[in-house]
Each structure stands twice: as structure tokens, then as C-alpha cells.
Ligand binder design. Structure first.
Ligand code: FAD
Length: 415
């Protein structure tokens, strides 16, 4: 009989989901959820969208209520940082020096927004966006007529740019690369994103190098590498995240681009597991290590690891899926886009598009959709089913907007 608890470090999306899933799956032993933020566990996607647009209150992001955690006997320590792990003793140390024993440990430490290492990065008004507190600090700065400079043309930067523009701000996006969101998106979709932002009045500068943030106490301009000064009231730095792996590395756990786990989400120590943005896990298709920074990954790994902690041996095999909403457009990606042998394009009404990625045997590996409203959600759902079918598909039918994906699915189901 174990009297030491399962301890979860990190009360964000994956940590909160794992705690609730452990109870759903029948774990009745002691359970402790420790997070350094003062909030209940919460989902982050609304921070750059609905929360800035005032279309959703902050508590709608919460995963479970305080009463729910209490009823389920999930002990919560908030505003509490875990500062060390001693795997040999199966013990953690809190920031105040207290030590706690664990039976099993789950690391759900997520990532932190990367700060620009440039002069003036500490000026007031140079903002990052990762937490509810960051969103609360950013929102009052986005009043109509205010000038926002966004550093980084990735998803967080572009979503904030779209929200700020809708609030009436003058918005400029500065991107160092030659296209938007290049790490995740094919060139065609980057081009469509660029066209949308420009059409809605966002100034986008590509190939733009920044030298410094200028201002007297508070930021008033960004200096570019060629000396040009761009005046602003607020800067949002959106240049990616740094996975929180230091705790694991200091404890001697294997760490690559994230905390290394096996297909059951177990680290190099048999009693310690890791999930979410912080972990690097084997891709179910290629077996290659990968780290994902997506809502679905946090959600599904949170649920899966609860089963693993309770002894299940099945591998984590959820299909990667990501979405981004900007203005009245939506983007969705499912499966793997890299390493495809062939990409098939299906045009959609109103300049929308679906891209299908096939392997050499014409099996669908990934799909990417872009369009106004929610038009592509159903198509990507069907594409996910086509990917899971593992059957070869006719490229001509995928490319033809008149050929329904539903009938394609029926066709492969009957083979
Ligand atoms: P987190 O939710 O970051 O939770 C980790 C928690 O651990 C944090 O609270 C952290 O403070 C805490 N912690 C770290 N170290 C310690 C320690 N030593 N002791 C105690 N606590 C610790 N994904 C999509 O798919 N679509 C979207 O549209 C989308 N939009 C997003 C918008 C924004 C603004 C952001 C920030 C993210 C967005 N994401 C989106 C990504 C998604 O929210 C993340 O992938 C997800 O939150 C990862 O969950 P996680 O539990 O791994 O990490």
C-alpha cells in the first residue's frame, strides 16, 4: 500500500487534465497538483483571441472548478514552485525548502515565452504572452488608436495582431524570416495569411531584423538593424517558447529538445513521467523524437499519462492536430506534413484551400486547411479519418472540390 501521493508538477493544461483523468480512471490514492501560477489549471488558446477581444471571461478557460478538485480529493498547491527532484529518494523540494515524498511523479511543466535578448527588453510595455496574467497585462494596452508592434510572425504574434487590429489598434508585425509561420506552415498558407493580414490593415514587414527596444522607462520605439526607428506604445514579443526542462535535467533525467519519454510517456526514470509542451516523445508514425506545442497534445497526453501512471502499457498514438483563428479565418493542421512524397491542392470557395500530404504509397499522412469561418473544420475531421484508415487514396479525387471527402471515406471503409 502506497501512502506517498502521485505528484503532478505544473498545474497548466496537461497537468490539470491528468489530475482529473486519474480520478476518472479510478485512482483513489493521494494526489497532489503543484503549480507556480496562482490560478486553477487553464487552457491557453483564448489568451490571444477571446480574452483580448473580451468575448470570453478568464474563468471560462479553467479546467475544472475549485469545488471539483476539492470533491475529488485532488490537493492543490498553487503559487508554489518545485525547485528540485531527488529521483533516488523519490522526493521533491519546494521553493520554500519543504520536501515531499512521491510514489510517482508527473512533470507537466510546459514552456515559457522566449524573451528577445536585445537592449531594452526590460522596458515597460515590452510584453510576452504565455499566462493569464500576461493577457491581463496586455489587454488594457490594446485600446483603439494605440500602436502595437509585434515581434515575430508566428501563431501567437499573428493572433495578437489580428485581435489588436479588431480592437482598432495600429498594428505592425516584424518577422525576421521571408514568410509567416514558416516553421509550421507550407508556403501557400503563409502567403494566404500574409494577404489576409495586409487586407485587414496590419503592416507586415518580412526579413526584418531588430536591434533594440528604445524608450525612457517605457518602450516608445523599436530600432531596426538598419537604424530605422518604428514608434510604438506597446511591443508584443512572440518568438516562440523555451520548454521548461531544467528541473528534469538537474535531476539527471534524459533531456533532448524536451524531457525525453517513451511511448507510454515515461522518462528515463521508471517512476517519473512527462507530458505536454515540455516533453519529447516518439512520433507514432516515424518513431522520431518530436515535441509538440498544441492544445490537443496537452489534452490527449494528459489523459493518456493517467492510464500509464495506473499501469496501462499502450503507446500514445494520437494524431497531431492544431488550429489557429485569425480575424474571421481559421487554420487547421492534422497529421504529418513533413516528409510527404506528394502534396495535393484542393481549392475551396472564398480563397480557402485544403492541402493533402500523401506518402509514396498514396496514403494520406497529413492535411492542412485554411478558410473563412469554420468551413474547414468538417473537412479536416474527415481528413483525420482518411489518415487513420491507412488506405491509398486517388490524388485526383482529393484535388477535385466536387468529389466529397465523405464518399472517399465510405469508399475506403468498404475496401
Ligand atoms: P502549460 O499549460 O504551460 O502548463 C505548465 C504549467 O507548469 C505552467 O503553469 C507553469 O507555470 C508550471 N510550471 C513550470 N515549472 C514549474 C515548477 N518548477 N513548479 C511548479 N509549476 C511549474 N494550441 C493550439 O493547438 N491552438 C491554439 O490556438 C493555441 N493558442 C495558444 C495561444 C496562446 C497565447 C498560448 C500561450 C498557447 C496556445 N496554444 C494553442 C498552445 C497550448 O496552449 C499549449 O500547447 C498548452 O497550454 C501546453 O500545455 P502544458 O500543460 O504542456 O503547459
Amino acid at each position: 500500500m502506497n501512502t506517498a501521493p502521485i505528484i503532478i508538477v505544473g498545474a497548466g493544461h496537461a497537468g490539470g487534465r491528468a489530475a482529473l483523468a486519474l480520478r476518472e480512471q479510478g485512482y483513489a490514492g493521494p494526489l497532489l497538483l503543484i503549480g507556480d501560477e496562482p490560478h486553477l489549471p487553464y487552457e491557453r488558446p483564448a489568451l490571444s483571441k477571446q480574452l483580448l477581444l473580451d468575448s470570453q471571461p478568464a474563468d471560462a478557460c479553467h479546467i475544472g472548478s475549485a469545488e471539483q478538485y476539492q470533491t475529488l480529493a485532488i490537493e492543490r498547491l498553487s503559487a508554489t514552485r518545485v525547485s528540485a527532484i531527488a529521483p533516488a529518494k523519490r522526493q521533491i523540494t519546494l521553493h520554500d525548502g519543504r520536501t515531499l515524498p512521491y510514489h510517482k511523479l508527473l512533470l507537466a511543466t510546459g514552456g515559457r515565452a522566449r524573451q528577445a535578448c536585445l537592449p531594452g527588453a526590460g522596458l515597460a510595455g515590452v510584453q510576452l504572452l504565455r499566462t493569464l496574467d500576461d493577457a491581463a497585462a496586455l489587454r488594457p494596452r490594446l485600446q483603439a488608436g494605440q500602436r502595437l508592434l509585434v515581434v515575430g510572425g508566428g501563431f501567437i504574434g499573428l493572433e495578437v495582431a489580428a485581435s489588436a487590429r479588431q480592437l482598432g489598434c495600429a498594428v505592425t508585425v516584424l518577422e525576421a524570416g521571408d514568410r509567416l509561420a514558416a516553421r509550421a506552415l507550407p508556403p501557400l498558407i503563409s502567403a494566404k495569411l500574409l494577404a489576409l493580414h495586409r487586407a485587414r490593415g496590419v503592416e507586415v514587414r518580412l526579413g526584418c531584423q531588430i536591434a533594440a527596444f528604445r524608450g525612457d522607462g517605457s518602450v516608445s520605439a523599436v530600432e531596426l538593424a538598419d537604424g530605422e526607428l518604428l514608434a510604438c506604445d506597446t511591443v508584443l514579443v512572440g518568438i516562440g517558447i523555451q520548454p521548461n526542462t531544467e528541473l528534469a535535467a538537474a535531476a539527471g533525467l534524459a533531456v533532448g529538445n524536451g524531457i525525453r519519454v517513451d511511448a507510454r510517456l515515461r522518462t528515463s526514470d521508471a517512476h517519473i513521467y512527462a507530458v505536454g509542451d515540455a516533453c519529447e516523445f516518439p512520433c507514432p508514425v516515424s518513431g522520431q523524437p518530436q515535441r509538440l506545442e498544441t492544445w490537443r497534445n496537452a489534452e490527449e497526453q494528459g489523459r493518456h499519462v493517467a492510464r500509464s501512471l495506473l499501469g496501462a502499457a499502450d503507446a500514445y498514438a494520437a494524431l497531431p492536430w492544431f488550429w489557429s483563428d485569425q480575424f474571421d479565418h481559421s487554420l487547421q493542421l492534422a497529421g504529418q506534413l513533413q516528409a510527404a512524397a506528394n502534396c495535393v491542392t484542393r481549392p475551396l470557395p472564398d480563397d480557402g484551400v485544403l492541402l493533402f500530404y500523401l506518402d509514396a504509397a498514396e496514403r494520406l499522412q497529413g492535411a492542412c486547411g485554411w478558410g473563412a469561418g469554420n468551413s474547414i473544420a468538417r473537412d479536416i475531421k474527415l481528413a483525420e479519418m482518411l489518415i487513420r484508415s491507412g488506405k491509398p487514396l486517388p490524388a485526383a479525387a482529393l484535388a477535385d472540390p466536387a468529389s466529397s471527402l465523405k464518399s472517399l471515406l465510405k469508399g475506403v471503409a468498404s475496401v
